[in-house]
Design a protein around this ligand. Structure first.
Ligand code: SF4
Length: 400
């Protein structure tokens, strides 16, 4: 049935550089898993994620395909972090959600103290779903809140209200799980005071983890088209920048640690799953569009849910793209992702972990950005400065 090499199986360690002695953590068997659930009630105008809207008829076939894909593992793989995202996993009815959890937990049994996150739309967080998620051992619910402001939620075409967020938060807390909230800023017509109010309400909500993202206009989305036609006016760059800095100042003053460009956590509440990505670890992934890094093999599944289902039903591989990364490519990725974390990169450890010196990979670019004040070299670490944080996207291409 396989047309691609070893989907999901740990790949052999490949080190083509005889003089290197890399110690890549991607080469260890992954202990993290991402499962993609591609269903939503409708598609929000700004969203370009892999999903199908209003196609509940596909859920049984998707579950069957997912199970078929995971059978390629041949044996269960215990994990330290398990993340079910989407789409909207909680859009599944209770019976389908139960089936999904059974499949996933069979193939990826959580180890002791594992972090188990499920993404949810606030409007779907009902007592029966919460009972099911708690029973399954979920430790963290990630709510796509985006805003508490009715006008902003309407602009974003979200189908929940601030009241839904509050009800969901209360229910999740009753079940003893941690709450992560996603928030979007720089939405058309949004003022600084609307954003400040969102941040204040998020702090008061009791969430232990907050992610803040500036609205983006991805090609192919209705928002991109509406902006192109002049029907939507994007926020001015300086306003977006000011909102980002407001988030940093408000959330750190409220006791959150700003630990990654877009992420803030109460002490002890960082996303351990995302830390795997940012520290260069390997991870399994399954579902339409899911991308995994096992050994030095990166694979991405077909993005189309129907193609994904059809290929698995006919005994074909779900993999659309596969590439073996060289030791240098893995080291560069580790440099880039490591710099996303506010604590930056330990310059002495980096060569031990990757087999490469930072200067050997990107010396001129690093020196240039240090001179410009966007990167800092201090106490044996290389990290983004506050000035570098706000323009980080312009730095990455020069480090690759
Ligand atoms: S709910 Fe989330 S995943 Fe679904 S369409 Fe909206 S933004 Fe995209």
């Amino acid at each position: 049935m396989k047309t691609e090499p070893d989907p999901l199986k740990p790949a052999a360690v490949v080190d083509e550089s005889p003089n290197r002695s890399p110690d890549f953590s991607p080469h260890l068997p992954p202990r993290a898993t991402y499962i993609h659930v591609p269903f939503c009630a409708h598609r929000c105008g700004y969203c370009n994620f892999t999903l199908v809207a209003d196609r509940e008829d596909l859920i049984p076939a998707y579950l069957h395909a997912l199970e078929t894909e995971l059978q390629l593992l041949e044996q269960p793989r215990p994990v330290d972090t398990l993340y079910i995202g989407g789409g909207t996993p909680t859009w599944l009815d209770v019976d389908s959600l139960q089936q999904l959890l059974q499949i996933v937990l069979h193939w990826f049994p959580p180890r002791r103290q594992a972090e188990f996150t499920v993404e949810a739309n606030p409007a779907d967080v009902t007592p029966p779903r919460m009972a099911l998620l708690t029973e399954a051992g979920v430790t963290r619910l990630s709510l796509g809140a985006q805003s508490f402001d009715p006008t902003k939620l309407r602009t974003l075409e979200r189908d929940h209200t601030a009241g839904d967020i509050q009800r969901a938060v209360q229910l999740v807390r009753q079940h003893g799980q941690q709450i992560a909230l996603d928030l979007i800023f720089a939405v058309p017509s949004e003022t600084q005071s609307v954003w400040q109010d969102d941040l204040d309400r998020a702090v008061r909500s009791g969430a232990s983890h907050l992610s803040t993202y500036g609205l983006t206009y991805e090609k192919g989305t209705p928002f991109w088209t509406r902006r192109y036609k002049g029907q939507l006016r994007a926020a001015a760059e300086e306003d977006e920048l000011a909102m980002y800095l407001t988030a940093i100042d408000t959330l750190t003053a409220a006791g959150f640690e700003h630990y990654e460009i877009s992420n803030f956590a109460r002490p002890g509440c960082k996303s351990r799953h995302n830390e795997v990505y940012w520290t260069g670890g390997g991870y399994y992934a399954a579902g339409p569009g899911a991308a995994r890094l096992v050994g030095n093999l990166r694979q991405s599944n077909h993005r189309s849910t129907t193609t994904y289902i059809r290929r698995l039903a006919s005994g074909d591989s779900p993999v659309a793209e596969a590439e073996r990364l060289s030791a240098e490519e893995l080291a560069r990725e580790r440099l880039l992702f490591g710099l996303r974390r506010l604590e930056g990169i330990d310059e002495a450890q980096f060569p031990q972990q990757t087999g490469f010196q930072i200067d050997e990979l990107a010396g001129p670019a690093v020196r240039h950005y240090v001179d410009q004040g966007l990167l800092a070299r201090q106490d044996g670490r290389l990290r983004l400065t506050r000035q570098g944080l706000v323009v980080s996207d312009s730095i990455w291409p020069d480090l690759l």
